[in-house]
Design a protein around this ligand. Sequence first.
Ligand SMILES: CC(=O)SCCNC(=O)CCNC(=O)[C@H](O)C(C)(C)COP(=O)(O)OP(=O)(O)OC[C@H]1O[C@@H](n2cnc3c(N)ncnc32)[C@H](O)[C@@H]1OP(=O)(O)O
Ligand SMILES: CC(C)C(=O)C(=O)O
Length: 514
Amino acid sequence: MRKINIFDTTLRDGEQSAGVNLNLHEKLEIAKQLERLNVDIIEAGFPASSEGDFQSVKEITKIIKNCSVTGLARSVKSDIDSAWEALKGGAEPRLHLFLATSPIHMTYKLKQTPDQVISTAVETVKYAAKYFPVIQWSAEDACRSDLSFLVKIIKEVIDAGAKVINIPDTVGYISPKEYGERFKYLFQNVPNIDKVILSAHCHDDLGMAVSNSLSAVENGVLQIEGTINGIGERAGNASLEEVAVALHIRQDYYHAKTRLNLSEIKRTSDLVSKLTGMIIPPNKAIIGKNAFAHESGIHQDGVLKEKTTYEIISPELVGVNSNSMVLGKHSGRHAFRNRIVELGYSLDDQEINRLFKLFKELADKKKEITDEDLITLLVDEKLTDQEDYYHLEALQVQFGTNQIPTATITLTNLDGEKIQEAATGSGSVEALYNTLERCVGLSISLEDYRIQSVGAGRDALAQVYVKVKHQNLESSGRGSAQDVLEASAKGYLNAVNRLLAFEKNIISLEKVGV
Ligand SMILES: CC(=O)SCCNC(=O)CCNC(=O)[C@H](O)C(C)(C)COP(=O)(O)OP(=O)(O)OC[C@H]1O[C@@H](n2cnc3c(N)ncnc32)[C@H](O)[C@@H]1OP(=O)(O)O
Ligand SMILES: CC(C)C(=O)C(=O)O
């Protein structure tokens, strides 16, 4: 069995998904869960791209002990310097350096000749090797690059000190057979290829990211890159959970394994979905709601007689339905704390007490508190920025079929001042958002609004994801509550708070001349 390294880029390429922006607390929580999942490498961000990315890579480097942490850098010395500042505290600092190698990218984007690209690559790998014991070098748009050019540049960057060579399908263009052949060619023609690990990084523009990654494994690649739930730039990246479970279930065919704790997959997927607002389609492989649901009579009959007739993956393997303890209004602190720990979170006594109070309030209204409810409470309470500009104090909405919907809202700001406004709208949510816009005194457009129930039942929590825009800045937020209007107001306010925090960051960067 060959061991395949799993390189998780949920926090870097995953965060490049349109509309996703994670704050520091959320990134730390995802990083801790990725550590529990046991990925080999966490790409925590792109330190030179923003102060926020820099800080999160730095903080993740400090807390993660059982996986390697890396950060992305362009082939530019100042990017490498930033990455070093963020990553230098880690056990084995690892840099991910990239440079495009396709004719299209070299000509139009980099405006460099192939020879200039080779010398930039060699120079920057050598520069980075002064700091970093491990350098991964990526040939951006490798799958539209000339193969003989790839052989030439890869040989040079290996001589310059790169330890991992990544062949990304940046635009999701290649087919599985061609991708496999590309690796075969590189193994046969790059003279020093045995000194490095080859890596695959696939995008899903044509829906082939997972198949391409598996084809890479079949052709000798020892590292697969991807994201949880397949999120990422445009149509996303290869879903790591799909790759890992395919390797596990088809060990007979691939003869390869990862070190992932597969039973952590569901929990990781739920957390990433909740924090990014990227809702998982019910028919998504491995982690979709229907992935283990047998609907038709013949299938049900088969499964009742013998599960393996229609079930190639057991739900328990990936952590679905592994809990039998039901929490409700009669549960005490012990059971509550125990479940929180089982879910993989560590809270101090103060946080447990605060959350327990919210849990009891919810349990008074809701028959059963599911794991999904608990994670929603936890995420909303623990991972919001401590310095929210506005807090929702109270809201009232009047709606009648022959009436103009009207909302009245009270907020408090950071200085503890109360702000109260009322406004109307053509629907209740519009009335709410018009009122909130007045309260915060900014002209804000609503770019996206999605509502989802957390679990089943009439008493389920509502989870609302909102994307807003102010001038050129976009921001997204989420809010949950039993009432859809309260969840809608919380989601909007969360997005506005993030927007204001982001604007404040930009203003402070401008002040120091960045
Ligand atoms: C395939 C991928 O996913 S790569 C990662 C993509 N991720 C991101 O871009 C997210 C973060 N990016 C950002 O915040 C910004 O783009 C920054 C901070 C990195 C750069 O911002 P700016 O300095 O304003 O440059 P801008 O983004 O407009 O253009 C990119 C520049 O980098 C150059 N560049 C692109 N890739 C590389 C590279 N690998 N090495 C060196 N230079 C590069 C481009 O040619 C362009 O240079 P130019 O200004 O001389 O024409
Ligand atoms: C930086 C590289 C690896 C990348 O994200 C891509 O090519 O898609």
